[in-house]
Design a protein around this ligand. Structure first.
Ligand code: PEP
Ligand code: MN
Length: 356
């Protein structure tokens, strides 16, 4: 008799994390079974596959739906793995209960919908099923705490959380912002809710998944949910981020190796690189605004350099710098460089021989 999912979740530790793996979406019975067999051979005990997929566009693959329920049963019967899928409504839960899943997860989008959460919670009441709640895509820990508490309010005792990152507002290396601080804040408020990591949706690119997984374990996460597909390029959803069973084995290997002494430094440098990239994108955005100002000034025959505006803007920036504890000379110099750049752009665009 395999252990229950809730027991596995309770026992999970940094040394022996709980691993949930499987494709983003169930596509065919053969795909599910062969992926599950490969994962089982690597010691994975919990299998995921999305049946109902919350997609952004209506023409995208929406998931196989109820037709895949029996495929999951086949996985359980032939591999002994525990099985779970995403639910977004009470109707999904009702259909799923016919196969007695071991766990379900609530996706990031649904986690923002109090009515759906209440319906799902009510439909799951009285079952031994573990509910894993992903963080909503917005960087607000209250939204995540509220979603978890709403599920718990239906007397559901086996609840966990999954960090899948938040939607970036600026281009980033990863698909999502990892938002480690959300997990930190959640654990302060709900210390008994274990938090897993979803490196696939954070990374968004297969080559980066193992790195995010290792980082999460180093940060103390005790479980992972990873998307694995036999042939990621052919996947009907999240093709870029799914990894092959073979790469998954490499990821597992990496997790069990002793921590790289240089890792903390590498991670910090990675974050510095991300931050600098964002700064450069903002400078680019600033230059585009300067160009728009130039057009306005040309149209209204206004001077390019306006000393009053310069003095006023500089004073504001120095005050903001003080609030942020940044040295005044740094910000003064930086503003001068940015301002000079802006003037150059404007002079170029307002010169009489410039047409547009
Ligand atoms: C998924 O796990 O396939 C999924 C849709 O995740 P998220 O809700 O995090 O986008
Ligand atoms: Mn996915």
């Amino acid at each position: 008799m395999p252990q229950s999912f809730s027991a596995l979740l309770a026992q999970a530790s940094v040394k022996q994390p709980l691993i949930i793996a499987g494709p983003c979406s169930a596509e065919t019975p053969q795909q599910l079974l062969s992926t599950a067999k490969a994962l089982q051979a690597y010691g994975v005990k919990a299998f995921r596959a999305g049946l109902w997929k919350p997609r952004t566009y209506p023409e995208d693959f929406q998931g196989i739906g109820a037709e895949g329920l029996q495929w999951l049963v086949q996985v359980r019967n032939q591999t002994g793995m525990l099985i779970g899928t995403e639910v977004g409504s009470a109707e999904h839960v009702r259909q799923l209960l016919t196969i007695k899943p071991d766990f379900v997860w609530i996706g990031a989008r649904t986690a923002l919908d109090p009515f759906a959460l209440d319906e799902i919670g009510a439909a799951l009441q009285g079952t031994p099923i573990t509910v894993l709640v992903k963080n909503p895509p917005i960087p607000d820990v209250h939204a995540w705490i509220g979603a978890i508490r709403r599920i718990q309010s239906h007397n559901i005792n086996h609840v966990g959380a999954i960090l899948r990152g938040t939607s970036p507002t600026l281009p980033t290396v990863y698909r999502n912002m990892p938002a480690w601080e959300l997990a930190e804040a959640l654990s302060q408020v709900l210390p008994n809710v274990p938090i897993l990591i979803d490196p696939s949706h954070i990374a968004g690119r297969s080559a980066l998944v193992a790195g995010v997984a290792s980082e999460a374990i180093q940060r103390g996460f005790t479980g992972l949910m990873v998307e694995v597909h036999e042939n990621p390029e052919q996947a009907q959803s999240d093709a870029k981020q799914q990894i092959t069973p073979h790469s998954f084995a490499t990821l597992l290997n990496q997790l069990s190796q002793k921590p790289d002494a240089q890792l903390a430094l590498k991670l910090l440098r990675q974050e510095i690189d991300h931050t600098d990239q964002q700064i450069l994108r903002l400078i680019h955005q600033r230059a585009q605004l300067s160009a728009q100002i130039a057009h306005w000034k040309k149209e209204h025959a206004a001077p390019t350099f306006q000393p009053n505006r310069y003095e006023e803007a500089l004073a504001h920036r120095l005050a903001w710098a003080q609030e942020l504890d940044l040295p005044a000379t740094l910000i003064h110099n930086l503003y001068e460089l940015l301002h000079d750049h802006s003037i150059q752009i404007q002079q170029l665009l307002t010169s009489p021989d410039h047409d547009h």
